[in-house]
Ligand binder design. Sequence first.
Ligand code: FAD
Ligand code: NDP
Ligand code: LAN
Length: 516
Amino acid sequence: MDKAISRGPLAARGFRMGKGDQLLEHVLIKYRWLFVCFFLLPASFLYELWSYFRNLIVFKLSSAPGKHASKVQKVQQQVREWNKNGQQGHMCTARPGWQTMSFRQGLYKKSFYKVEVNLVDVLEIDTENKTVRVEPLVSMGQLSASLAPLGWTIPIVPEIDDLTVGGLILGTGIESSSHQFGLFQHICVEYELVLADGSLVTVTKDSDPDLFYAVPWSYGTLGFLTAAKIMIVPCTKFIKLNYKPVYSLNDAVKEFSEASASKNQFVEGIMFTLNKGVIMTGNMIDEPQPCDKVNKIGLWHKPWFFKHVESFLVTGKRASEILPLRDYYHRHTRSIFWELQDIVPFGNNRLFRLCMGWLMPPKISFLKLTQTDAVKRLYENNHIIQDMLVPITNLKESMQMFNKETKVYPIWLCPFKLPADPGMLCAPKERMFVDIGIYGVPDPSVNFKPMETTRKIEEFVQKCEGFQMLYADTYTTKEEFRRMFDHTLYDRVRSKLACTKAFPEVYDKVSRAARY
Ligand SMILES: Cc1cc2nc3c(=O)[nH]c(=O)nc-3n(C[C@H](O)[C@H](O)[C@H](O)COP(=O)(O)OP(=O)(O)OC[C@H]3O[C@@H](n4cnc5c(N)ncnc54)[C@H](O)[C@@H]3O)c2cc1C
Ligand SMILES: NC(=O)C1=CN([C@@H]2O[C@H](COP(=O)(O)OP(=O)(O)OC[C@H]3O[C@@H](n4cnc5c(N)ncnc54)[C@H](OP(=O)(O)O)[C@@H]3O)[C@@H](O)[C@H]2O)C=CC1
Ligand SMILES: CC(C)=CCC[C@@H](C)[C@H]1CC[C@@]2(C)C3=C(CC[C@]12C)[C@@]1(C)CC[C@H](O)C(C)(C)[C@@H]1CC3
């Protein structure tokens, strides 16, 4: 990104701009860090502080469970109101687009009937039945902070703190334990929903398998989620993480595939070029031995995690270290994977980390809220953000394809098990997949064109019988989208629950045309 900035990226990409515009672009982009450091970081810090104490008080008073029913009634009231007023227009949640974990915002948020689903608390931790019941706006940071001190965790903790339970169920969620547990939807055992007619239902895979399996990936187009019960598993305070540097694509694929089929609790890969990367495996441990080195990578002055991982390529040797579990879970938070290096280029500088690291990272939602048009266009035209889910047997050719089309590095590799459940990702038998995450600036040599390149990648993924994560841009047509995602169950449930008037189809919420 730095190189792109110094070339004047918007002008270089053919935007016609006057001198004034160019100066503004230069200031807004090159000096975005000034705004981020002096305004967004303190604002994010204050917000975190407020929400920390708010949640702590709610928890200490145990007030959330008692208030849940009346909050749900408010959701029902709003939906009944919509019915009473003649069902005008479709409905969506009132959560503003800037608060969500995606680059774009839904255009529909401007015109739909907005329903406030203000449900932000952990309701019940049931260690006997090994479940936690949560409201949909509970975030991953909040949930891991609530469960870890009690010795429990949800089996999949997607690594960005601000991801919410609702978004991860109705969209999708993945993490380095997904090769054992599947996607976020596969650790959920119960959903509570307000349907289009205002009624409240609680569904499990036994009570109503159709609705239960149709909910994941439905993007709020079957009803409003008001609570979910998620599996919990015991956890320790530490994890032993093994780093295995690899120096050829063949080795990377072999090591990664073997690790994904192994009993290791956590598996992840970061490729720094097509042929160089580090494959990581991890397991929880009770207590570190006195001789063990504990690396608290979550501390403010520690290097960014991906930079730390890269350092193992220099030594070339396998290595292991002990990390605190929450540090591991939130390892990509402080650098927002590798996205923050484009926004605060000196963010990983030792001096900066020591003095300002405790304020990092800025909240993604605040970055989104305050980004200017120039920055947005810069990202739109020079940046790719995609997660492609392909069968692990296609990993090698997928890497070659993405290298040819984008040459973006680092690349995130995360294996996941896809069970043969009905629903949008209906598969005839259980299979191992891999999420290939491409976040960054394509190399100038590949002649990146956002739409054309993404279309080529989408076609390729479709041929591999893979899927695209829908928080990112999808340029597929409706027909292609329906081929990628099995709509059989979804269509049946929508007609049974009379959703057509109440909610649009998923495609009409996530397609490129529906977002700005
Ligand atoms: C035993 C217990 C039970 C609780 N139960 C509930 C409950 O039921 N409902 C409820 O609403 N609240 C509950 N709370 C309160 C809740 O934990 C906090 O108030 C609130 O959720 C703050 O979470 P946090 O992750 O933002 O805070 P912190 O843990 O202080 O973290 C601050 C920020 O740093 C990030 N972070 C933390 N550790 C790391 C790390 N190692 N590496 C990188 N980043 C990191 C966090 O994700 C967060 O963004 C409970 C607290 C405890 C101690
Ligand atoms: N590691 C990972 O797994 C990562 C996942 N992501 C992606 O980020 C997204 C989650 O982001 P987040 O900001 O939490 O969620 P969002 O607010 O983006 O919600 C995602 C979708 O779920 C719907 N939704 C959310 N809550 C409810 C509810 N209570 N009732 C009805 N519909 C609801 C939203 O509907 P509406 O539009 O009506 O608000 C929206 O269509 C997911 O799509 C996920 O795939 C991103 C980064 C990492
Ligand atoms: C499945 C997994 C692990 C997905 C990780 C996705 C992240 C890399 C995505 C999610 C939200 C995301 C699209 C975002 C951005 C980068 C990539 C992110 C963090 C940024 C911060 C890039 C800079 C932009 O100006 C802006 C602030 C709008 C966005 C916000 C969302």
